[in-house]
Design a protein. Structure first.
Length: 242
């Protein structure tokens, strides 16, 4: 299988650290060895993600990794080796963000690495379960970055989804009512949102309501059986019946 012409950060780091051994080495601490014993980088990475390994052992390794990150990059190979150790915990999120936001893989990987390194700098000597905390923080930050950067496309014509063109010259606003089901404790009050029709959002709501027969109400929509009803909505022109 041929590799992409411009590999991302993950692939580049994987190639760079194949068979390399930064110093000082990580050490494996057990009950019988107070000073710990040296451990190879590949073995350390396997243990970091192996849930069969004692949590205390993985915690000790993550604390050492956080310390290695603080080393001078000009005098140590550890800063990039730290990235290599974190790749297994970042890959799945990288694929999901790339697919969900249709983002460039290189951009997603670079952002994840940045968030991962930032999260590692926040690990202290007594941080509990540092590995889980680092990945939760890094992945959450990356999701937030791409969610905020996600482009919003306004569409006046809904023919692509089976709708029909709608006259947008009217000044009448569109009104949306939200009525939660009876007996629910959450969102127990009705919501009403009125948006001027000259705004694109209002045009889209009105066009979809007209094209799909939802101008009066959406309460009679068929239920697929795959979930539960959480509310009913009705869409209408403000000041008009039905």
């Amino acid at each position: 299988m041929s590799l992409p012409p411009h590999p991302g950060v993950f692939t580049t780091v994987e190639r760079q650290w194949a068979g390399r051994y930064p110093v000082p080495e990580l050490r494996l601490f057990t009950g019988s060895e107070g000073a710990g014993v040296p451990i190879a980088l590949e073995q350390a990475r396997e243990m970091l993600y192996d849930r069969c390994v004692e949590p205390a052992v993985r915690t000790a390794l993550w604390h050492q990794i956080a310390e290695r990150l603080r080393m001078d990059a000009d005098r140590s190979d550890w800063p990039s080796a730290v990235v290599w150790l974190g790749l297994p915990g970042l890959r799945r999120t990288g694929l999901r963000i790339t697919w969900y936001f249709h983002a460039e893989r290189e951009d997603v990987e670079a952002e994840l690495v940045t968030c991962y390194l930032e999260a590692l700098t926040e690990v202290g000597a007594h941080t509990p379960d540092p590995g889980d905390r680092v990945f939760r923080s890094a992945c959450s930050r990356a999701w937030t970055v791409f969610r905020r950067a996600r482009p919003e496309t306004a569409v006046d014509d809904v023919e692509g989804v089976g709708g029909i063109p709608l006259d947008t010259d009217t000044d009448d606003p569109w009104q949306v009512d939200y009525d939660p089901p009876a007996g629910r404790t959450a969102l127990s009050a009705s919501r009403r949102i009125t948006v001027p029709a000259h705004r694109v959002e209002g045009v889209r709501i009105g066009a979809l309501a007209q094209a799909w027969g939802l101008v009066g109400t959406a309460a009679g929509t068929a239920h697929s059986g795959r979930g539960r009803q959480v509310a009913t909505i009705s869409l209408r022109r403000s000041g008009r019946k039905g």
